[in-house]
Design a binder for this molecule. Sequence first.
Ligand SMILES: [Zn+2]
Length: 300
Amino acid sequence: MRRHCLLAVMLLAACRDTTSHVREFDGPAAFRYIETQVGFGPRIPGTEAHRRAARWLDSLLRQRADTVIVQSWTHVTAAGDSLPLTNFVARFRPGAAKRLLFLAHWDSRPTADSPTSPDSTKPVPGANDGGSGVATLLGVADVLKRTPPSIGVDLLFVDGEDYGDFTKTPKDVLIGSRYYAAHPAPGPQPLYAVLFDLVADKDLQIFEEGNSLVGAPEVVELVWNTAKDLGYAGTFEATPKHTLIDDHLELQKAGIRAIDVVDFDYPSWHTKDDTIDKVSAASLQIVGDVAVALVRREGE
Ligand SMILES: [Zn+2]
C-alpha cells in the first residue's frame, strides 16, 4: 500500500515535471563538485589547496564556457601579508547585450571563529560556505554547455570573500567582489546579479535578505516568485529574516542590482563542522533549478 502511494506520487511528480518545466540541473552531479572541493582541503588563499582548486576551476570552466576571464592580483592584508587572489568569470554568449550575472565565493575561511565554534584554531572545511555556491554555478555551467542560453550569462567565482574579520579588518573580506566591481567584464551591465552562498544545507530554508530588499527589491521578488512557480515556496520563504554583509553589497555599490540567496540558519557556519555530511544534493537541486529557470525565463 505504501509503495503504491509512493509510486502514484512519483508518477504525478513526473507528469507535472514534463508539463511545467524540464529539469535540467543535476543535483547529484553538483554535490560531487562539493566533494571535490572539500577533498582539496580548505581553500585558503596562499595554500596548496587553494592553488589546486584554482587549477580545477580554470580547467572545468574552459571546457564549458565560451570565454573565461581570469583576474589575478595580490592583496596586502591589514596585517601586511601578501595574498595571491584570483577571480574567474565564465562567460556564455559574451556578446549578448541582455545578460545575467551569478556569483559565489570559492575561497574558504582560514579560522573557524564563529561565536559557537568549539575550536577557533582550525580552518573551516567550507562544504557549504564556499563549496555550495561554487557547486551551484558549476552545475549551471553544465546546463548551459548542454543547452546554450539565448541571453548572455556570466558566472563569477570570487576569491577572498571570507579571509579576514568582517568588523575589525573589513578590507580583508569581500576582496574578490570589490575587485570585480572595480574591474568588471567588458560590455553592458547585467540586468541583475544573484549571489549564492550557503545554499546546500540539508535543512534548507532561504529567507529574503535585508540588504537585498533595500538594494534590489524587484530582483528578490522575481527570484522568490520563480522558486514559487517551481513548487519551492516551502524552501524560499517570502519573508525577510537576516541582514548580511556579503559579496552582493560590493556589486550594489557599483550600480548592479545584486541580491543574496543565502540560508544563514546554519549551525555549522564558521566552525570546523561545515563538512560534507551537512549538505545535500536535494538542496542543491532546488537552488540550481531556480538559477536555471531565471536564465530560461529571461530568454523567453
Ligand atoms: Zn563564510
